[in-house]
Design a binder for this molecule. Sequence first.
Ligand SMILES: [Zn+2]
Length: 55
Amino acid sequence: MQIDIPIPCPICGGKMCSISYETTLSILKKRSWQVCKECNFERNSEDFKKSICCA
Ligand SMILES: [Zn+2]
């Protein structure tokens, strides 16, 4: 699943989208990360949440 997010890429200022991926294996947690559509910069959503908390 891919969702556009209103946060600009920190590298190029381009549009980013959030991608979530649900595994069929219950032992694996649901993953999500953010990808820039312009330069393909990626970051883990968990790391991003931590950076907001500490700001
Ligand atoms: Zn970018």
